[in-house]
Design a binder for this molecule. Structure first.
Ligand SMILES: Cc1cc2nc3c(=O)[nH]c(=O)nc-3n(C[C@H](O)[C@H](O)[C@H](O)COP(=O)(O)O)c2cc1C
Ligand code: SF4
Length: 417
């Protein structure tokens, strides 16, 4: 089975420039600079690369929507989103630890495509080790002439800065991330305008996830059509899954887009200690649950959607027969309540009340009416808030209630008298 991002992960010093170069590193950048912008964009168009930070927006389409220099002269930026705070997702951490130059190369190609002379990598504050690895990689790449003035004598110059987050999940949302970078509170902006028109400091900005940009050198070197064919009709290439929970070998696994969920779980050694599988959260905690009967789901951007869920950022959380779904719902809603930025009342209050009601159920005080309240409250949040964090509140709980009604009936019984 073909792998791209993890292909050389058995090389112990892959994070060092010398090793990365020996394996063909930065040849994609060189090729892109020789190709020129439009042929590069054409390869991206053909690749069907989707944004791998969760939303799955077409990467080429996003690049093309960055307001061109001719229409809005002045600086434009590329920002790497390495905030990775979705519980269940850890693939960006692994990518940065093992192959930081792959990311830097992809970032520089994207910067060239949109003519950005300045780029930023925003890394989650807790990723201290990875911050050090990236800083070293950036220093080495700069010293070797891959970052800075006239890369490969092309006349294109670009510098990259590294910034650290301060520990808020919401700052991973692109517009909140831009606010943080500007030194403000991480409050999501209400689009439009989108960052591609007005992003960092009001300038056109391309925000991408680590994994998305790490794919780019492979597209340039092998071609967009080749890349697209690795995946499914609408989701090109491969994708990383962070597999955690009740499996024998938690870790990061690379698969072609569209691989069945059961193959991903099997790669992680299957359900731990031979227990029975109960459920799988397919894309990180903000994605609705799938049941053990839905293991044939093709894991691309379309497959989980057909089952009422999302690929998200590929955080596959496996739950065995011992899992209490009320506890799972409580855990997730408590997280969302803690991380809500508080700007929108339905999100701030809705997440708080979800947490409280679910807690009551766990503590033995739940009633059947609570289930109806949870249904109603959830329906009144989605679509009435600024960002997708708020949209998630209640959605996850409602999916758990729908697919595992008995767990909720046990915790929220009919009480008489
Ligand atoms: C609450 C929330 C948190 C997010 N956190 C991240 C994150 O840590 N990393 C990330 O790449 N995208 C995150 N996103 C998605 C970003 O808003 C954005 O879609 C993404 O960075 C775009 O990159 P892509 O096109 O490469 O996917 C988050 C979204 C939401 C709603
Ligand atoms: S939906 Fe929630 S997290 Fe998003 S802006 Fe509103 S209050 Fe903040």
């Amino acid at each position: 089975m073909i792998t791209l991002l993890t292909e050389h992960f058995n090389e112990p010093k892959l994070h060092e420039l010398e090793t990365y170069r020996r394996l063909g590193g930065y040849e994609g950048l060189k090729k892109a600079l020789v190709m020129g912008r439009e042929p590069l964009m054409a390869e991206m168009d053909k690749s069907n690369l989707r944004g791998l930070g969760g939303a799955g927006f077409g990467a080429a389409m996003k690049w093309r929507t960055v307001t061109p220099e001719a229409k809005d002269p002045g600086p434009r930026y590329v920002v790497v989103n390495c905030d990775e705070s979705e519980p269940g997702c850890f693939k960006d951490r692994v990518l940065v630890t093992r192959s930081p130059h792959q990311l830097i190369e992809g970032l520089l190609i994207a910067a060239y495509a949109i003519d950005a002379r300045r780029a930023f990598i925003f890394i989650r504050g807790e990723y201290e080790v990875q911050h050090g690895i990236l800083r070293q990689a950036l220093d080495d790449a700069r010293a070797a002439g891959f970052i800075g003035k006239s890369l490969f004598d092309s006349g294109f110059s670009c510098d990259i800065d590294l910034m650290r987050g301060a520990g808020a999940y919401i700052s991973g949302l692109d517009t909140a991330l831009l606010e943080t970078m500007e030194g403000k509170k991480a409050w999501p902006r209400q689009p439009p305008p989108f960052p591609t028109a007005s992003g960092l400091m009001g300038r056109p900005t391309l925000v991408h996830n680590v994994e998305t940009l790490s794919m780019v050198p492979h597209i340039v070197l092998q071609g967009g059509v080749w890349f697209a064919r690795l995946g499914t009709a609408k989701s090109g290439g491969t994708v990383l899954f962070s597999v955690s929970g009740h499996v024998e070998r938690p870790g990061v696994y690379e698969f072609p887009m569209g691989a069945p969920l059961k193959d991903i779980i099997a790669a992680a050694g299957g359900v731990k200690a031979g227990k029975k599988l109960k459920a799988v959260i397919p894309g990180g905690v903000s994605t609705p649950v799938l049941t053990a009967e839905e293991l044939d789901t093709p894991m691309d951007f379309e497959g989980p959607r057909a089952k009422g869920s999302f690929l998200g950022a590929g955080g596959v959380i496996v739950l065995d027969e011992s899992a209490d779904m009320v506890m799972v719902a409580h855990n997730i809603e408590r997280f969302l309540a803690h991380e809500s930025c508080g700007q929108c009342t339905p999100c701030r209050q809705g997440s708080f009340w979800h947490e409280r009601i679910l807690e009551r159920g766990l503590n033995g005080g739940g009633t059947a009416e609570d289930i109806a309240t949870l249904e109603r409250a959830g329906e009144n949040i989605t679509g009435k808030v600024i960002c997708a964090l708020g949209d998630t509140v209640g959605v996850v709980t409602r999916a758990l209630m729908k697919k595992f009604p008995q767990d909720f009936k046990d915790r929220f019984p009919q009480r008489h008298g």
